[in-house]
Design a binder for this molecule. Structure first.
Ligand SMILES: [Zn+2]
Ligand SMILES: [Zn+2]
Length: 398
């Protein structure tokens, strides 16, 4: 397609603009629910391009809409905006100017790519088909406050409506992938997750007379072993699952049995039916343990993120487009990741495609996301822009 080629040719010319935007965002990171300044920069940029802009959505969300001249489909691009509570350890002229806050998850990259794509496509609006919606979403790092913030807040506020969005795409930077490489999964991309609350109530007693009480610390130890045993041997090993506990607390003195122990953890799964099987199985297991030990055990699962699934048909088309735009040799098919992402809330409503953009300098060991040393290679920005603009311009064709 002639138009697509022209758009991509012009992407290279935006390399400096992309870096400037990224450095601007990187220097002034804002935590989840506080992205006020960031939202201002985004909204002004989109307004200057002549887009219809809505602000203050689900706290600090911004949405820009660009109309092509020809009839077509409505496609959305989502970029997240929040930073993390970390003290940056990367030394650069554009390092974080805000003590204790850092863009360590690459959302500065995501926003810059979204804005540059809006700029690039708005230059071709007289020849483009369909409608483009650029969604800048706050508070991705969550957990979301019910339907008030993050992706569920944006969806509840109607960003996928008027007009109805036919397809939505997004990318995330990947520090374990070279610049210029794209990683994707066919359907399930990332795990669904539930927060787990386990409370064991026993009976306090003197440390010298445990037979007069019920020791919830001992019961908790048994619970932990039984839970991992259940996951390892009662669930079909071909279905990946993880349950880890990150917090345990109970008791207040070395020679008194505690009366209660609380544990909190995270459960991740790649299949809804397996999630149900694990939740029910573990509840049964814990009720048996409570009976056997004379304790009371409560086990609760609080949904945090749904499974992130790419739409099969859209995914196949998107991979085809990315192959045309970037070259098929740059695409890598990958198994799903056990992390979670709130983009899954959009994907639960409309056909979605989510993929990863390599940001590692070839030959250099990349630092992980959420690390104070995370230092993505800006050469990746143009690749991200080409991918975004290529997908949007192609998918909006009727
Ligand atoms: Zn993150
Ligand atoms: Zn992130």
């Amino acid at each position: 397609m002639e138009l697509l080629k022209e758009i991509l040719d012009r992407a290279e010319g935006l390399a400096e603009e992309l870096s400037a935007l990224r450095r601007e965002f990187h220097q002034y990171p804002e935590l989840s629910h506080q992205e006020e300044r960031t939202a201002g920069v985004v909204a002004r940029y989109l307004e200057n391009l002549g887009l219809e802009v809505a602000t203050g959505i689900a706290e600090h969300g911004v949405v820009g809409t660009l109309n092509g001249a020809r009839p077509g489909r409505t496609v959305a691009w989502r970029a997240d905006m929040d930073a993390l509570p970390l003290e940056e350890k990367v030394d650069s002229a554009w390092c974080s100017k805000v003590p204790g806050v850092m863009h360590a998850c690459g959302h500065d990259f995501h926003m810059s790519i979204g804005l540059a794509a809006a700029r690039l496509l708005s230059g071709f609006k007289d020849r483009l088909a369909g409608t483009f919606r650029f969604i800048f979403q706050p508070a991705e790092e969550g957990p979301p406050k019910a339907d008030k913030s993050g992706a569920p807040g944006m969806v509840a506020a109607g960003v996928l409506k008027d007009p109805e969005v036919d397809a939505i795409c997004a990318l995330h930077v990947a520090p374990n992938l070279d610049v210029g490489v794209i990683r994707y999964s066919r359907e399930v991309v990332m795990a669904g997750s539930d927060r787990v609350f386990l409370t064991v109530t026993g009976k306090a007693a003197h440390g010298a007379t445990p037979h007069r009480g019920v020791d919830p610390i001992l019961v908790s130890a048994q619970a932990l072993m039984q839970i991992q045993g259940f996951l390892a041997q009662r669930i079909d090993a071909r279905h990946p699952i993880i349950l880890t506990f990150g917090r345990i607390s109970g008791g207040n003195r070395f020679n008194i049995l505690a009366d209660r122990v609380e544990l909190e953890g995270s459960f991740r799964y790649l299949q809804e039916s397996v999630r149900q099987e694990v939740q029910q199985g573990l509840k049964g297991l814990m009720s048996g343990l409570a009976q056997g030990t004379g304790s009371r055990i409560e086990l609760n699962f609080e949904p945090t993120y749904p499974l992130l699934k790419n739409d099969a048909a859209l995914g196949a088309r998107a991979v085809e487009i990315l192959g045309e735009v970037l070259g098929e040799n740059r695409l890598k098919l990958h198994h799903p990741a056990m992390g979670s992402e709130d983009f899954s809330y959009y994907a639960a409503k409309v056909p979605a495609f989510y993929f990863f953009l390599g940001v590692r300098t070839p030959g250099v060991k990349g630092q992980a996301l959420h690390s104070p040393e995370f230092n993505p290679d800006e050469a990746a920005l143009v690749w991200g822009l080409k991918a975004a603009a290529g997908l949007l311009a192609s998918l909006s064709e009727p």
